[in-house]
Design a protein around this ligand. Structure first.
Ligand code: PMT
Length: 404
């Protein structure tokens, strides 16, 4: 069976010289069994005609909201909702900027704004435009966006006669990226994972608690990444103020305290293929919770006696079967590598993700994180600071590489 059998691909063409290669890409996609719908910007018609594109795609090509002669309306919503992947190639500096900032002054941009489908963006332009901080910033914004893949431009001779980075990858390379995207989507089909996220709150009295600064962003990104690859996810989340993921394959279990998180994970873990412990669980809880608000009057100080909470990751590490994987996090402030390596062993994890509050932009509440993955054999893989969504991709890639 061709590798893209029945896949609906919306190709958006913007106005750069590399547009002349798009008919070849369309041919390759169709050969692999895809159904291709083309939308092009009016300016791109200078580089590749609608006639060429409609001939190779075997469908009408849309470029305007209205048909000039008949006044027929091309619904950008319908186009946007009727595809499995939108590929924008070539994406010029101008189009990249509009995609990044949500402008919708042509049909291609409006379709992009309206599509719930994943989007692959293929930048192509002259070397100085590509290297310009504005373009690089727009590429970063788009790469960090959920369900977006931005391909890197290639080095080489450019239409301007200059040499450098900015060339659109060849149609064969883009095709391979599209095929791998769809293959990756199903890598975790049939698997179920438990993900813990957010903080836990340990009640002192009806109005106060012991908690921490975890926002849930890291754990939620992991849950979303697992689901996007076909897995079923049980997301056990402490109290957070960010929206819960809205994905049909993710079931959210809301908990407050470490004991509640422990109970939920204990029930869900045995039926799962593994767990990723991204929550910042309170290690201790008050021995007792006051029934009424503790008053300040007549006190200069008071003590709260604490007792140890169960170590959820360590407990699951003890009962896990050969075919289950457990992944932990280590949030450190000092001696990160040593502490993380110890936790890897004591919690019987398959690997641990070290993040340190010493690294700017990492840890609690930030959109970004800088991680080091430490394997059982103590092999360390260091990653650069990136958006938590991309960090989640690195973690799930690592998990997939360990699955039997
Ligand atoms: O939520 P964000 O704002 O995005 O922040 C993300 C994060 C910094 C919270 C996350 O990346 C992270 O590091 N989570 C783990 C924080 C933590 O509690 O680390 P730890 O080193 O204390 O714990 C080690 C591991 O054991 C963790 O996987 C933790 O979930 C687990 N654990 C710890 C204690 C406990 N009682 N039960 C546990 O399961």
């Amino acid at each position: 069976m061709p590798s893209l059998d029945g896949k609906k691909i919306l190709v958006g063409v913007s106005g750069g010289i590399a547009a002349y290669k798009i008919p070849i890409l369309i041919r390759l996609l169709i050969k692999e069994g895809a159904e291709v719908q083309v939308v092009q910007t009016p300016y791109s018609q200078n580089f590749v005609t609608p006639l060429t594109l409609s001939t190779v795609s075997q469908k009408p090509v849309y470029s305007e909201f209205f048909e000039q002669n008949t006044g027929d309306w091309h619904s950008h919503i319908e186009l946007a909702r009727n595809c499995d992947l939108m590929v924008i190639a070539p994406a010029t500096a101008n189009t990249l900027s509009k995609l990044a900032y949500g402008q919708a002054d042509n049909l291609l941009l409006a379709v992009y704004m309206a599509t719930p489908a994943p989007v692959m963006i293929v930048p192509a332009m002259d070397v100085d435009m590509y290297n310009h901080p504005a373009t690089q910033n727009n590429i970063k914004i788009l790469s960090d966006r959920q369900n977006h893949i931005v391909l890197e431009a290639e080095e080489g001779e450019l239409a301007s006669g200059l040499t450098g980075k900015g060339r659109m990858p060849e149609p064969e390379t883009i095709l391979q990226e599209i095929i791998s995207f769809f293959q990756k989507k199903n890598t975790l089909k049939g698997k179920t994972f438990v993900v813990t996220a957010g903080p836990t709150y340990e009640k002192i009295d009806p109005v106060r608690f012991i908690g921490n600064f975890s926002s849930g962003k890291m754990g939620f990104a992991i849950a979303e990444e697992l689901a996007s690859r076909g897995a079923k996810v049980h997301l056990v989340s402490g109290p957070v103020s960010i929206p819960y993921p809205n994905h049909p394959a993710i079931t959210v279990h809301k908990v407050v305290s470490a004991l509640e998180m422990h109970d939920a994970v204990k029930k869900l873990f045995p039926e799962s293929d593994g767990a990723i412990f991204a929550a910042a669980v309170a290690d201790f809880r008050p021995v007792s919770t006051a029934n009424n608000k503790i008053k300040r009057e007549n006190k200069t100080s008071f003590e709260i006696k604490l007792e140890k909470n169960p170590d959820i990751a360590a407990e699951m590490g003890k009962i896990k079967k050969d075919n289950q994987i457990t992944v932990g996090f280590a949030l450190e402030t000092d001696e990160g590598l040593q502490n993380a390596s110890k936790k890897l062993v004591s919690k019987n994890l398959d690997f641990i993700v070290l993040n340190s509050l010493k690294d700017k932009g990492s840890g609690f509440g930030t959109d970004t994180n800088k991680i080091t993955i430490i394997d059982k054999g103590n092999k360390k893989t260091v990653f650069e600071l990136k958006h938590k969504r991309k960090v989640a991709e690195d973690i799930v890639n690592h998990l997939v590489s360990l699955l039997k």
